[in-house]
Design a protein around this ligand. Structure first.
Ligand code: GH3
Ligand code: MG
Ligand code: MG
Ligand code: MG
Length: 300
């Protein structure tokens, strides 16, 4: 398998021999990371986002239970699968570890074949979970976040803006004369054009929290947390330019000989008693205005 596709396993054990034996065992099939104590485990988990952690329970600085608790408390590491590997071999130790949220519990001395089989099993589960998450959150055509994901993120960002008091901007983008585009060039070409616009929108996002999603049909929505009207409008204007700059021929458009988009945006400055739906309505009203004013423009 290509090394960049190899799944990552973090082996956390205070005993150097254990680390080495487990590392050697896993090395041929996985990218192996090592940690010799609890603090290092947390640091490497956050930095390298391993797919699975083989976690020793008894470590001097911080035991495995505490490490697991802290992993779960940090959103960045909360979903990493953990297998406890421990000399504590009473049934209640095992039951306790599983109750804490470990995917599995392996007792020492371990059997190499069994360790490999269990690691493979849990990495398979991780792969399947990723696939499900993708199916649930990503639009198949454009590969942008889908409407379901947007609704979820929008709700969270709205709350975050309310707490922080920082503005939240939202824009709706709609392709101009897209019906004519399909009529003239065919639906498959329309799909390709939509994908190009989506890719351009995705690339225009500047911060990790910025989100471009497919709102429906040939409409995209852009969510820009901690961004006021001035900055949001500038970003969106660049995006409008960038789409026209793709120079996708559109001979049937009355707007321009190339594919263009209209964008309507609105910004919320927390403090007013507005509701999330009102910001979308305001952006939609601006989009209507951009269309009325001749298309291929931004209205805010
Ligand atoms: P305008 O927005 O400038 O007012 O005109 P329009 O022709 O783009 O009108 P509208 O936005 O109402 O039309 C949307 C068109 O987009 C109709 C539909 O066939 C097309 N469309 C929506 N989703 C897709 C898609 O996934 N693929 C393709 N090829 N076409 C799509
Ligand atoms: Mg130990
Ligand atoms: Mg539309
Ligand atoms: Mg349109």
């Amino acid at each position: 398998m290509n090394p960049v596709e190899m799944q990552k396993v973090l082996v956390a054990d205070d005993d150097a021999i254990n680390r080495e034996v487990l590392g050697e065992l896993l090395m041929p099939e996985y990218t192996v990371l090592l940690a010799k104590n609890g603090a290092q485990t947390l640091e490497r988990a956050a930095r390298h986002a391993p797919d699975l952690i083989l976690l020793d329970v008894m470590m001097p600085d911080m035991d495995g239970y505490e490490v697991l608790r802290r992993l779960r408390a940090d959103p960045q590491t909360a979903h990493i699968a953990v297998i406890f590997i421990s000399g504590l071999d009473r049934p209640e130790d095992e039951a306790n570890g599983l109750k804490m949220g470990a995917a599995d519990y392996i007792t020492k001395p371990f059997n190499a074949t069994v360790v490999m089989a269990r690691v493979a099993l849990h990495l398979q589960v991780v792969r399947q979970r990723r696939m499900l998450e993708r199916l649930a959150n990503v639009d198949g055509l454009t590969e942008l976040a889908n409407r379901r994901r947007f609704d979820e993120v929008y709700g969270m960002e709205w709350q975050r803006a309310r707490r922080s008091g920082r503005p939240l901007s939202l824009a709706l983008l709609d392709i101009d004369a897209f019906k004519q585009y399909n009529d003239r060039y065919g639906h498959p070409a329309g799909d390709r054009a939509l994908r190009s616009v989506a890719r351009t929108a995705g690339a225009a996002m500047r911060r990790p929290a910025d989100l471009a999603a497919r709102y429906g049909g040939e409409e995209l929505v852009l969510l820009l947390p901690e961004t006021g009207a001035l900055d949001a409008r500038e970003l969106v204007s660049h995006l409008r330019d960038a789409v026209a700059g793709l120079a996708i021929a559109h001979e049937s458009s009355s707007v321009a000989p190339v594919l263009t988009v209209s964008v309507g945006g609105a910004s919320w400055y927390p403090g007013s008693a507005e509701q999330p739906a009102e910001l979308v309505e305001a952006a939609d009203a601006e989009l209507y205005r951009a269309k009325q004013a001749g298309r291929n423009r931004v209205s805010w």
